[in-house]
Design a protein around this ligand. Structure first.
Ligand SMILES: NC(=O)c1ccc[n+]([C@@H]2O[C@H](COP(=O)([O-])OP(=O)(O)OC[C@H]3O[C@@H](n4cnc5c(N)ncnc54)[C@H](OP(=O)(O)O)[C@@H]3O)[C@@H](O)[C@H]2O)c1
Length: 308
């Protein structure tokens, strides 16, 4: 009560915005909005694929701090269990675990059917789960690449289609898609991965444009190299991209979260704008040659954030 009264008096006078866990941004004269949104968020549910590690985990932590109900999806149920405990401790609402391999046919539809069966209405969809495969295309494993395409593209499109319909029917929703700076850069040795990210960016921008004026927004997060388990899983932990001071996943997630909540089209973590501008003015083959240098093998050297 005291806090509410203090806000009522001070906020219009102070005339600036603040951001706190459990609260949306408070704008000038926006105290009522702050209180209302906080209460509403307790009834809102976010579904995050890939919530058990890296950028997805950092996004999940932000949603938990902001009191959302959560559905978290990944393959390994023990990692999901551990994540769920942490999210509850951070203050989330209910946490529902769905253990699913989204690289398999039908799996995204299974996730949707499971949330429907449990009566969960998803207000925010975060398509984070994604993998890469590193190597020359003549040498990489086709089955791994087809599974990657299924995860990075087919499941993302399926989940977007199914939950979007419900969001439009309930007159509100937000979607966050994980692309990458590779979306702008054809990348030798990551040819299939980079192409899936170009697909995500193109698809999400087209969809976001179709939805302008509707109550649903689409935001694409475009990280540069980020310090997660991605590089090890892709078999590229000794490349320049992995070793050359990758970005902190918590910083990347914060940029994505804030852009999503504002309904921005794109979320660009620090340093990415420069890469995007460079890639859009140079011919594709020049961009590809430059990108190739980033994914060349390098002797491990001292790096601020390099993994041990
Ligand atoms: N790290 C970077 O440098 C970077 C840069 C740009 C964009 N991105 C994008 O950011 C997203 C997150 O990557 P990250 O760096 O945070 O990687 P990460 O730490 O390896 O996390 C990947 C998450 O996705 C889940 N996942 C992987 N394969 C899955 C599958 N088949 N089915 C369901 N879930 C699956 C993983 O859990 P399980 O293994 O338990 O399934 C994990 O929770 C990806 O889309 C990636 O392309 C990353």
């Amino acid at each position: 009560m005291f806090f509410y009264l203090a806000c009522m008096i001070c906020m219009p006078v102070l005339n600036y915005k603040i951001n706190m866990p459990g609260y949306n941004r408070i704008y000038p004269h926006g105290v009522q909005i702050c209180i209302k949104n906080t209460m509403k968020q307790q009834d809102k549910t976010v579904l995050i694929t890939g919530a058990s590690s890296g950028i997805g985990l950092e996004l999940a932590r932000l949603f938990a701090q902001n009191r959302f109900n959560m559905v978290i999806v990944a393959r390994h149920s023990e990692h999901l269990q551990k994540t769920a405990e942490e999210l509850r401790a951070l203050g989330s609402g209910t946490v529902t675990i769905i253990s699913k391999d989204l690289s398999l046919p039908g799996s995204a539809r299974d996730v949707y059917n499971e949330t429907t069966r449990q009566g969960i209405r998803v207000n925010i969809l975060v398509n984070d789960a994604g993998v890469g495969t590193y190597g020359l295309f003549t040498e990489t494993d086709l089955e791994k690449e087809l599974a990657l395409i299924h995860l990075n593209i087919v499941s993302l499109v399926t989940l977007t289609k199914l939950y979007l319909k419900d969001m439009l029917a309930s007159k509100g929703g937000r979607i966050l898609q994980l692309a990458s700076v590779a979306a702008y850069q054809p990348t030798p040795r990551l040819a299939v991965y980079a192409a899936t990210k170009a697909f995500i960016l193109s698809f999400s921008d087209a969809l976001g444009t179709e939805l302008e004026g509707s109550p649903v927004t689409v935001t694409t997060l475009i990280p540069n190299a980020t310090d997660t388990d991605f590089f090890r899983k892709a078999g590229m932990e000794h490349t320049k991209a992995a070793l050359n001071d990758p970005e902190d996943p918590a910083v990347v997630a914060r940029v994505g979260y804030e852009a999503l909540m504002k309904g921005d089209a794109h979320a660009l973590p620090p340093g990415v704008k420069k890469e995007v501008v460079k890639s859009s003015v140079l011919p594709n083959r020049v961009v590809a040659r430059q990108a190739e240098k980033q994914v060349q093998e390098e002797e491990p050297r001292k790096s601020k954030k390099a993994k041990s």
